[in-house]
Design a protein around this ligand. Structure first.
Ligand SMILES: [Zn+2]
Length: 285
C-alpha cells in the first residue's frame, strides 16, 4: 500500500514540475508545494525562528517602520503574490542576518539594520527576501534536495489528512537539521532575488543602488574575521556584486540615480529608525 502511494506522490511532483511557470521569474519551476502549503510552512516555522533570534525589537514604532518599508513593495509583486499573508519581522538580534520563509514571512535582524545608512538599503534587503518568496526558492530547493521526503508528505495529504496537516509535517521535515530558512541558495537564486528586489524597490520609489550599497556593507562586515550569518545562507561572491553593478548600468536602471521621483531617504532612516534603535538596550543574543 505504502509503495503504491509513494509512486503516486512522486508522480504528482513530476507533473507539477512540468507545468509551473513562476510569474515573478518567468521560468519554469519544479514546485512541489501549493500556495496553502507554503503559507503553512512559513506560519508554522515563524514563532520558533523569532524565539531563536531573541524575539522582536522591543519598540512597536520600529517594528511598524520595517513593516511599512516591506509592505510598500508588496503591491509590485506579481500575480497572486500581493495577497500572501506578508509579515516583516524585525528581530532583536546581534547576528547579522535576513531571511524569508515560504508564503511571505520576511525577517531582518537589528544588527544588520544598524549597519545601514539609508532606507533604500533596507528596502534592498527586504526586496531581496521578497524575491526569494516570489521566486519560490525554498520550494524549488526542497523539491530538489528532499524529493523523497516531500513525496512522503504529499502522501500524507493524499492519505486523507488535511492539506495543512500535510504541510506542517513537511515543515517539520524541512525545519529539522539545517532548517528551512538555512537552506543554502545557489548563486543563480541569489542573483534572481537581487534582480527581483531591485525591481520591487524601484517600483516602490527607492533608488536601486541601495541594493549594491547593502551588499558592500555585508561584504565589509564579513571582512573582519566574524562572518555574518547572512553569508552562510546567502552566498555573496564578488561576482554577485559585479552583477548588480552591471545591472545598474543597463537601460532599465541607468537613469535611476538622477531620477527625482526615486530616493534613498537617509534622513528619514536616521530619524525613524537608527536614532530610536540607539535608545534601546543591546540585544540579549
Ligand atoms: Zn538571498
Amino acid at each position: 500500500m505504502r509503495r503504491v502511494l509513494l509512486g503516486f506522490g512522486l508522480i504528482l511532483l513530476s507533473l507539477n514540475a512540468a507545468c509551473v511557470t513562476n510569474p515573478a521569474t518567468g521560468r519554469s519551476q519544479f514546485n512541489a508545494l501549493s500556495t496553502e502549503q507554503e503559507i503553512a510552512i512559513g506560519t508554522q516555522a515563524m514563532p520558533e525562528l523569532i524565539e531563536g533570534y531573541g524575539g522582536v525589537v522591543p519598540d512597536p514604532a520600529l517594528r511598524d517602520y520595517v513593516t511599512r518599508i516591506g509592505m510598500s513593495m508588496v503591491p509590485s509583486t506579481e500575480a497572486h503574490f500581493p495577497e500572501l499573508p506578508w509579515e516583516f519581522t524585525f528581530l532583536n538580534s546581534s547576528v547579522i542576518n535576513a531571511f524569508a520563509l515560504p508564503g511571505g514571512k520576511v525577517f531582518v535582524s537589528r544588527a544588520l539594520v544598524e549597519r545601514m545608512t539609508s532606507e533604500a538599503q533596507l528596502a534592498g534587503v527586504l526586496g531581496h527576501e521578497i524575491g526569494h518568496v516570489t521566486a519560490q526558492h525554498v520550494d524549488d530547493k526542497l523539491a530538489r534536495q528532499t524529493g523523497l521526503e516531500i513525496g512522503a508528505a504529499v502522501i500524507g495529504v493524499i492519505a486523507g489528512q488535511s492539506q495543512v496537516q500535510g504541510a506542517v509535517e513537511l515543515a517539520n521535515l524541512a525545519v529539522t537539521g539545517a532548517g528551512v530558512y538555512a537552506l543554502k541558495f545557489d548563486r543563480n537564486q541569489e542573483s534572481e532575488s537581487d534582480s527581483l528586489g531591485m525591481r520591487y524597490m524601484t517600483k516602490a520609489g527607492y533608488k536601486p543602488r541601495g541594493m549594491l550599497e547593502v551588499m558592500e556593507i555585508l561584504k565589509a562586515a564579513g571582512g573582519g574575521g566574524g562572518q555574518p550569518e547572512w553569508m552562510s545562507t546567502h552566498p555573496l561572491p564578488t561576482t554577485r556584486i559585479d552583477r548588480i553593478s552591471n545591472e545598474l548600468k543597463k537601460k532599465k536602471y541607468r537613469e535611476t540615480d538622477s531620477d527625482p521621483t526615486l530616493g534613498t531617504f537617509e534622513d528619514r532612516f536616521e530619524r525613524e529608525c537608527l536614532s530610536r534603535l540607539r535608545t534601546l538596550p543591546p540585544p540579549a543574543k
